[in-house]
Design a protein around this ligand. Structure first.
Ligand SMILES: Cc1ncc(C[n+]2csc(CCOP(=O)(O)OP(=O)(O)O)c2C)c(N)n1
Ligand code: SF4
Ligand code: SF4
Length: 872
């Protein structure tokens, strides 16, 4: 086929492969073409091979022009890459940016910068539908996302035109660019630089023109002035609140787009948008439809044209960015990688920027430098009303609200605006504060929901009113540690005085998965090795360069984290366990030989005895290992060769806490065989399953953890069969610690189970109920913790634990913590769209399945009651 289409005159061919075959002479398509030419005797054709589009890199016209420019040379590069700047192997071809405009004449190109979950993508899909349904125009839409879950950056690329659109690449020369989130302006994202000269830049913000001038950086101002960009602002934020739409600004911004981009007459666009709103919201009643109509009108009316001052062509230089503080290796990574990536400019990084990370290891602690500032409202703490229960910190998905106890000196050194209270119930030596990081908070409001004070000791307030709290939070995190006398780690209150070693991750606001993981790091973080299955937890847990796992401020130790494959995570974690355990045992054997020798000092012997006594206790063994290492250093200095050998492996001496993290899709389905194998091994690993009852990361497919009647992808008519009892499968071994928890339903049980599971010298499996953004909980994820409560109260989710250590003591190993359902089962189901949508699509089936689901739950509870008796 190739020979048939190849012109006779062809002299040079460049083959582009979208793959990298290390060790091969060339990529697959290149090799095919080479063989074809050779067999056809076309040996005089110059053939080159290039790679493109790897790692989702875009291939704009500038890349393609670069290939032609190269081919024009007498001796073009035989192997090359496009779309990246490879300054290490120098294989990349130079590209002229911005890319020339190659789309058909008259094509209108538009780009929208939104915040994941703010409705920008949905509104743009709706706009394409309106234009597609009501005009003869051709349409194209691409949606680009960052690595964050809801709350990340989205960029929608829309093209409309009278001629066919053949542009399979992102827009970088737009007629219209909209910024739907003002923080993107303050952070300095390169947005306006993508507007064609004379094009339109629209910003959703609450600023007047003067304030806008203060917020835009010098490069943006200069680009606007030099390229005659028309700048518009629209305050959709206040308008949406005024109309009663809360945070939902998308409809207002959609109609503003129609007004400015001139794709169709505005009165027609308004009519079509209103028709679409009526269709979508008609069932919700006239008031909702009316609200949407108002939003549509507001978008047209509330636009404001900014008079661009002449001074913008020679703007004042931006203020110097203060030097970053912290661990030098992390700071270096943040400056070189994280900062451009966080500005959505990672594609501009040259290959040399990654040379220090070629083995795939990245520094931890980088997320603290992101300061995304995306929450519209953040918590404000009231020192007087607070009863200091620490519930708010206990549930926080992003570790952005934290309690501290301060000594007199620490109070003196703190920023003056710090809010302090006497410790409760009794005033003591220290002062108490609950501090919030406004720039890291995602604004979910879970903390307010769980505050037990009747008129709430925290309330949500606009983020900009809390700017002064950031230096306070930063001071406390950097300088104030845990104080003696606070309640034990195994209590809700006590656990929160430990530094969280998972912070500011990219999970959705209010995500339950991160609340569990954060808590586990507060209990065992410095000793943790985490093997993470692919899933949401690997995305919020391990995006390269924005690592949310961090180190303890004093010990500089934190969790070691890795992600292998979705299907082999349990085995991967088990391998890590076996590896470190073997190295540890070798070191211990040698340390034991030293202790048995006549030359060993009494101090060494005592340190070794203490080490062995605490060998299986993660917390106590850390201190014992430190003392043993100190003694080993002394004996090594005195010439003991064996001590030197032990010291070579000293990082393996202290007991490690090995954790295997993953979602239900991994644990119940795809990784189940491996998980079962690892649990059966009897070895001391801890497994934490974040049970969202669906494959969340890939958009909500049904798993074996999904329940009867649940509507998921691949179960559009509601899942017919019940949820697998993973807990009971594991319990059948008799030597596996097994528990089901729901953090918001019973905080005390959650923290107790985690401590017990980790302390158990054998395998542990903890299944945590995790409400998810995709469940569609009424009112949003600020009800995540309450939803866990409702699930347990209704008997939908049961809390229990099976502790083989109790069996060994002659006690009943099985503890059933939750009560039977209280009759609210159907209310619970109907409070989440993953269920309630079935009542709309298949009402009769919904009734049947929901009844079956409730009956199955009752049976399950009765079965658990029998287990209590059985294990007695
Ligand atoms: C073998 C394999 N199949 C499919 C995928 C794609 N994939 C990545 S994450 C994911 C879903 C994970 O779901 P779950 O384990 O429930 O975790 P959650 O995202 O809900 O936290 C899937 C299907 C993959 N990475 N590997
Ligand atoms: S939940 Fe409320 S009472 Fe408890 S520590 Fe937080 S602010 Fe204080
Ligand atoms: S589990 Fe759900 S709430 Fe959490 S990050 Fe994933 S999609 Fe978001």
């Amino acid at each position: 086929a190739l020979l048939k289409v190849l012109p006779k005159t062809v002299k040079k061919i460049a083959v582009l492969d979208r793959t990298k075959e290390p060790g091969s002479l060339g990529e697959p398509l290149y090799l095919d073409v080479a063989a074809t030419l050779r067999e056809a005797g076309k040996n005089d054709v110059i053939l080159t091979g290039g790679r493109y589009g790897l790692g989702s890199k875009d291939t704009p016209p500038s890349s393609v022009f670069a290939v032609f420019t190269e081919l024009k040379k007498d001796a073009p590069k035989p192997r090359f890459t496009i779309g990246i700047v490879d300054d290490v192997t120098n294989l990349s071809l130079p590209e002229v940016k911005p890319a020339p405009i190659t789309s058909a004449q008259g094509t209108v190109e538009c780009k929208f910068w939104g915040l994941g979950g703010d409705g920008t993508v949905g509104a743009n899909k709706n706009s394409t539908k309106i234009i597609g349904d009501h005009t003869d125009k051709y349409i194209q839409a691409y949606f680009q996302y960052d690595s964050k879950k809801t709350g990340g950056v989205t960029v929608s690329h829309l093209r409309f035109g009278d001629k066919p659109i053949k542009s399979p690449y992102y827009i970088n020369q737009a007629d219209f660019v909209a910024c739907h989130n003002p923080s993107y302006v303050t952070k300095g994202y390169k947005m306006v630089q993508d507007v064609k000269p004379g094009g339109i830049f629209m910003i959703n913000c609450q600023w007047d023109d003067k304030e806008l001038g203060e917020k835009l950086n010098a490069a943006a101002k200069k680009y606007i002035a030099d390229n005659n960009i028309q700048v518009y602002t629209i305050n959709a934020i206040d308008k949406a609140i005024e109309i009663g739409m809360g945070k939902r600004t998308n409809t207002i911004l959609q109609s503003a787009f129609f007004k400015l981009a001139n794709v169709m007459p505005i009165d027609k666009a308004v009519q079509f948008m209103k028709e679409a709103a009526k269709k979508s919201y008609g069932k919700k009643g006239d008031a909702v439809v009316e609200m949407n109509y108002k939003a549509i009108d507001a978008g047209v009316d509330a636009l404001h044209k900014v008079e661009v001052p002449a001074s913008w062509s020679k703007p004042e230089a931006d203020a110097a960015v203060p030097a970053l503080q912290g661990r030098p290796a992390t700071v270096k990574m943040v400056e070189n990688l994280l900062n451009p990536i966080a500005l959505m400019d990672g594609d501009s990084l040259p290959v040399s920027a990654f040379v220090d990370y070629t083995d795939g290891q990245f520094e931890i602690g980088a997320s603290a430098y992101e300061k995304r500032g995306i929450a519209i409202s953040v918590p404000e703490w009231d020192a007087e009303k607070c009863i200091q229960c620490n519930n708010c910190a206990f549930v926080c998905s992003h570790a952005t609200i934290r309690p501290f106890m301060l000594s007199k000196d620490e109070v003196k050194a703190a920023p003056a605006n710090i809010k302090l209270a006497d410790t409760k119930p009794k005033a003591g030596e220290y002062k108490f504060t609950m501090s919030v990081s406004p720039l890291d908070c995602m604004g979910c409001g879970e903390c307010v929901t769980v505050c037990p004070v009747p008129d709430k000791a925290i309330k949500m307030v606009p983020q900009e009113t809390q700017v002064d709290e950031q230096p306070v939070f930063d001071y406390l995190v950097a300088n104030v540690g845990k104080k003696p006398g606070v309640p034990a780690d195994t209590t809700v209150k006590g656990s929160q005085f430990n530094q969280p070693l998972l912070e500011f991750s990219g999970s959705c606001a209010g995500c339950a998965e991160t609340s569990y993981a954060r808590l586990i790091t507060q209990l065992f973080g410095e000793q943790m090795y985490i093997s993470n299955a692919t899933g949401c937890s690997s995305i919020w847990g391990g995006p390269a360069a924005t690592s949310p796992y961090t180190v303890n401020k004093d010990s500089k130790k934190g969790p070691a984290w890795t992600n292998s494959l979705f299907e082999d995570n349990a085995e991967n974690g088990f391998g890590i366990y076996l590896g470190q355990n073997t190295l540890r045992n070798h070191a211990i054997e040698k340390a034991e030989k030293i202790a048995a020798s006549e030359k060993a000092s009494e101090a060494y012997k005592a340190a070794f005895a203490k080490f062995m006594e605490t060998k299986d206790n993660t917390k106590e063994n850390t201190a014992a290992a430190a003392s043993l290492i100190a003694e080993l250093e002394k004996s090594a200095a005195a010439g003991c060769e064996l001590s030197k050998e032990v010291l070579d492996k000293k990082q393996y001496l202290a007991k490690k806490s090995v954790w295997i993290f993953g979602g239900d899709g991994w644990a119940y389905d795809i990784g189940f065989g491996g998980l079962d194998h690892v649990l059966a091994s009897g070895e001391n690993v801890n497994v934490m399953v974040f049970d969202t009852e669906m494959y969340s990361n890939t958009g909500g497919q049904a798993s074996k953890a999904s329940n009867i009647g649940e509507v998921c992808q691949f179960a559009a008519a509601g899942k017919e069969v019940g949820k697998k009892s993973l807990a009971e499968i594991a319990m059948s071994y008799g030597y596996v610690y097994v528990a089901q928890v729901a953090l918001g339903a019973n905080m005390a049980q959650t923290v107790k189970v985690l401590a017990e599971a980790e302390a158990y010298n054998g395998p542990s499996l903890i299944i945590g109920y995790a409400p998810c953004e995709l469940h569609g909980v009424k009112g949003g994820m600020n009800h995540c913790q309450d939803e866990m409560k409702s699930a347990v109260k209704a008997g939908y989710w049961n809390l229990f634990s099976f502790n083989p250590a109790l069996k060994a003591e002659g006690k009943n190993p099985f503890t059933l913590t939750s009560k039977p359902g209280d009759g609210t089962y159907q209310n619970f189901l109907n409070n989440e769209t993953r269920y309630s949508r079935l009542t709309r699509s298949f009402p009769e089936r919904a009734e049947k399945l929901f009844t079956a689901s409730e009956e199955a739950a009752q049976e399950r509870y009765e079965h658990l009651l029998k287990l209590v008796e059985l294990y007695k």
